[in-house]
Ligand binder design. Structure first.
Ligand SMILES: NC(=O)c1ccc[n+]([C@@H]2O[C@H](COP(=O)([O-])OP(=O)(O)OC[C@H]3O[C@@H](n4cnc5c(N)ncnc54)[C@H](OP(=O)(O)O)[C@@H]3O)[C@@H](O)[C@H]2O)c1
Length: 259
């Protein structure tokens, strides 16, 4: 067997010539995902509600396009999918990243919050995937990466978050079913499931002593993740390096769920 040059293996992770749509790219993990996909050669389309944040991001990423959209609104999801295709071409990499959650015990959890979390974290993932898949399939396939969470696999308490856990568990199994339905159409669908990472969602945890004690006591790798520690997992699932991986959860959590 001839020796496989390492440079060819690394080339598999490139995303040149592909259009990547990243939702929730105005902050946190989504902004990082957009930067990483751009660095790997993709034409990046970013979406969220805060247009000013998206515009300063695309100013850094030549060729990138910003589209303002409230992903909890069906009409905005429809407009986003058609605008992205009109402006950039068929989406070949879809990163369903926009997400929210609320903390508090079930007794005090508002029905409206639970519904809003499910609408954005689950329904929007299903809907945007459904809207982007036909063009992706017609273009020869692609990859859908649903940003779930380690909390799609385990409960959160003592951080009480029934709404969030329910939504991320749903995303994990929605991912499996979408993967099965589209496997023969050359669309891979996987869930990327982070543990604790600094972002607006986890704001304050980094500097809060109690949170840090909680993480060091419970996480086998006793710290929060660092932004770059999701880059490799994202590119694996987005690129030719991952074309035989589908329906899976890639959990990047410092071992939290291995316990
Ligand atoms: N950070 C962690 O520790 C962690 C762990 C596991 C999973 N995750 C998941 O990672 C994803 C990103 O979260 P993050 O930690 O980066 O938090 P973040 O900084 O709060 O980012 C959330 C993103 O979602 C967008 N968003 C919220 N509501 C939206 C709406 N209605 N329409 C469109 N966009 C909306 C926000 O943009 P606008 O406000 O501008 O709309 C923002 O860009 C989420 O799905 C989250 O559940 C995070």
């Amino acid at each position: 067997m001839s020796q496989f040059p390492a440079s060819s293996a690394l080339d598999l992770f490139r995303c040149d010539g592909r259009v990547a749509l990243v939702t929730g790219a105005s902050s946190g993990l989504g902004e990082r995902f957009a930067r990483v996909l751009h660095a790997a050669g993709a034409t990046v389309v970013v979406a969220a509600r805060r247009l000013d944040r998206l515009e300063s991001l695309v100013a850094d990423l030549p060729g990138a396009i910003a589209i303002q959209a409230d992903l909890s609104e069906a009409e905005d999801r429809e407009r986003l999918a058609s605008e992205a295709e009109r402006l950039a071409g068929p989406v070949r990499i879809l990163v369903n990243n926009a997400g929210i959650g609320g903390v508090g015990g079930i007794e005090s959890e508002e029905l409206d919050l639970f519904r809003r979390v499910m609408e954005l974290n689950v329904t929007a993932v299903w809907h945007l995937s459904k809207l982007c898949a036909p063009a992706m399939i017609a273009a020869g396939g692609g990859s859908i990466i649903n940003i779930a969470s380690m909390l799609g696999h385990v409960g959160a308490t003592p951080v009480k978050q029934a709404n969030y856990c329910a939504s991320k568990g749903a995303v994990v199994n929605l991912t499996r079913e979408m993967a099965l339905q589209w496997a023969r159409k050359l669309v891979t669908v996987n869930a990327l499931c982070p543990g604790w990472f600094p972002s607006e969602m986890t704001e304050g945890m980094e500097s809060d002593e109690g949170s840090q004690r909680f993480i060091t006591a419970n996480s086998p790798i006793p710290r929060m993740g660092e932004a770059h520690e999701l880059d490799g997992a994202l590119l694996l699932l987005a690129s030719a390096a991952g074309t035989f991986i589908t329906g899976q959860s890639l959990i990047v959590d410092g071992g939290w769920t291995a316990r």
